[in-house]
Design a protein around this ligand. Structure first.
Ligand code: SF4
Length: 174
């Protein structure tokens, strides 16, 4: 088994104090760089940076990240859900490692969208409902994985259906 020990940390997302959701990280005791190209080969909608061996993908409205010494997830209701979701990611990592002889590893880089690419499809009203001081600040936070798209409530109204669709595609959420 590749990951057999870790320390779970559950915390408030740094950019949204008082947030109703939580983020979690499993701090690993062993470097898992070796499995990440195998995960990159199987998770087609992920974003991969070979220089840091960081793979990030969306599972519904949740952002999942696998790094050499860390596994993380966002948008968690409570500690119980954090434990369950982190355990599932770790099971995925371990099962991918066990199946590595059946997978051709990939070092193909896939870049996540930039703040400017995200901003293009936001409502651009600077209404601050998301807690950010402007749409561009929100786009920057979203590009950095610090907030969730759902925090922009106006985007989820009928008026912005097309923009929402584009953003979901851009972020690998569809
Ligand atoms: S809620 Fe949406 S529209 Fe309002 S400032 Fe935030 S990103 Fe812009």
């Amino acid at each position: 088994m590749l990951i057999d020990d870790y320390r779970l940390e559950v915390f408030e997302p740094p950019c949204i104090p008082g947030s109703p959701t939580w983020s979690a990280k499993a701090h690993l005791t062993k470097d898992i760089s070796c499995v990440i190209p195998y995960l990159n080969a199987t998770i087609k909608k992920g974003f991969y940076d070979p220089s840091t061996k960081t793979l990030v993908w969306r599972n519904g409205n949740r952002r999942v990240a696998v790094k050499p010494l860390e596994v993380g997830a966002t948008n968690l209701a409570d500690r119980e859900e954090a434990e369950k979701v982190i355990k599932e990611i770790i099971e995925l990592v371990n099962s991918t490692w066990e199946r590595r002889n059946e997978i051709t590893p990939s070092e193909e880089a896939r870049k996540p969208p930039t703040a400017m690419e995200i901003y293009k499809f936001l409502p651009k009203t600077n209404c601050k409902e998301c807690g950010a001081s402007s749409c561009f600040v929100f786009a920057t936070q979203l590009a950095g994985g610090e907030v969730e798209l759902e925090n922009c409530k106006p985007l989820f109204t009928g008026d912005f259906a097309e923009n929402r669709k584009k953003l979901l595609e851009l972020l690998g959420m569809e």
